[in-house]
Design a protein around this ligand. Structure first.
Ligand code: PLP
Length: 412
């Protein structure tokens, strides 16, 4: 009997962890520094901000937490509207749904799966507060015209940059010019802080300070500085652990707009993040080499189309996406099944059109709202495993399998 070939699928960890990461954890534990709010957290934030060339960064427990904080910074309510691309990840939608914010769903560019900048303006009303975009798979969205539209209407762009660690838009790192950008370090991402983690970056000092408070339970609202710095006979202590320093002594509160959650990143996670950050460019260039080889193969296979990357942009290749371009003669799902059954290669297709999910259908959304995304999702979109951990034989076998499968399908 013919032996089944070993399975090729996404590696459960998207980066490579080794002795340096173990040493970083050991260093934190042995130093006796607190396992939360230790100095490594601030150092990681500083180094991440420098890497992205952005003024401020706040380390948090996940990109989902960063997106929640972003929504809180804007203090969105059920009176507000936002625009979100159809294939956003659930973590961007969830805080909006919780607040009952109206979501206008924008279609994507069928060649990049990023939001189509031309589809945004017609969705803006006087209630619109923000445009949520995702750099799909790490491929930079056309951020400058999007920002230009947003700023012309006095609204904010929230970037879900979970996939875009190290990606560049026309020579500038994603995050560098952002209103707010949210990154993920969860297990599959280009670097990880031990399985979970995120970063929220911004150039606005005020938003940075609000984010710092919201990740650690503090309220955010209207408060005024007061004269007294004694509370009764109790003088203000030099350091106030686990409270907003000086809050009880120095401020009078007028209203609360938001209350923070416990969204901190732990000290060992941040220490590992610092080590991983130094390796990010190397991991990304391994990803890029694999992507180039896949793309070279796709160029030579009739019936496939490469993902579109904007001129001068650098893809982070978190996902390797491409398209079936065969006028409906080949069924995409049959192709995926064939590659899985014949070659034992697992293909994951991301992300579900949000407007077709149960919750959004309950809110009146549905089929036909994003024709480009629907066509891509149901008929054209494909992906291949990509990771700095991939071995040469895996890359070669994926390319051979794709080439042979397309030949088999064309000859059917
Ligand atoms: C596009 C996108 N945004 C946000 C997230 C959420 O990231 P986290 O798991 O760090 O909350 C993910 C996670 O996979 C994602 O793919």
């Amino acid at each position: 009997m013919k032996e089944a070939s070993p399975k090729i699928e996404e590696y459960p960890v998207g980066s490579i962890l080794g002795q340096e990461e173990l040493d970083a954890i050991k260093r934190v534990i042995e130093s006796g520094q607190p396992l939360t709010r230790g100095p490594e957290v601030e150092l990681f934030e500083k180094e991440f901000a420098e890497y992205c060339n952005v003024k401020h960064a706040v380390a948090v427990s996940s990109c989902g937490a960063a997106l929640h904080i972003a929504m809180q910074i804007l203090n969105l309510t059920d009176k507000d509207e936002v625009i979100c691309q159809g294939n956003s990840f659930w973590a961007a939608y969830a805080p909006l749904l919780e607040r009952n914010v109206t979501i206008k769903v924008a279609d994507v560019d069928p060649d990049s799966l990023n939001i189509d900048a031309d589809k945004i303006e017609s969705l803006i009303t006087e209630k619109t507060k923000a445009i949520y975009i995702t750099h799909h798979g790490g491929n930079p969205a056309d951020i400058v015209p999007i920002r230009e539209i947003a700023h012309r209407h006095g609204i904010v762009v929230i970037e879900d940059a979970a996939h875009a660690l190290g990606a560049e838009y026309k020579g500038k790192k994603i995050g560098s010019d952002s209103d707010i950008a949210c990154f993920s370090f969860s297990t599959l991402k280009n670097i990880t802080t031990l399985g979970e983690g995120g970063m929220i970056v911004s150039n606005r000092r005020e938003w940075h300070e609000i984010a710092q408070g919201l990740r650690t339970n503090f309220p955010y609202g209207e408060r005024i500085k007061r004269q007294a710095s004694n509370l009764g006979d109790y003088p203000k202590p030099k350091s106030v652990a686990f409270m907003h320093p000086g809050d009880a002594w120095d401020y009078e509160w007028k209203s609360i707009m938001e209350v923070g959650k416990t969204y901190r990143m732990s000290t060992p996670q941040a220490a590992v993040g610092r080590v991983q950050l130094k390796k990010l460019d190397r991991f990304n260039s391994i990803r890029e080499n694999i992507a180039n080889r896949y793309n070279d193969a796709i160029d030579n296979i009739k019936g496939l189309r490469k993902v579109k990357i904007l001129p001068g942009c650098k893809h982070a290749w978190h996902l390797f996406t491409f398209f079936l371009d065969y006028g409906g003669e080949i069924n995409r799902n049959d192709l995926v099944k064939y590659i899985e059954e014949k070659y034992n290669i697992h293909i994951v297709i991301r992300f579900w059109p949000m407007h077709l999910g149960g919750i959004m259908r309950m809110r009146g959304h549905g089929m036909g709202e994003c024709p480009n995304l629907e066509r891509a999702w149901f008929n054209e979109q494909l992906s291949l495993p990509i990771s700095p951990q991939m071995r040469e034989w895996e890359i070669k076998r994926v390319i051979d399998a794709l080439t042979e499968t397309m030949e088999d399908f064309r000859n059917r």
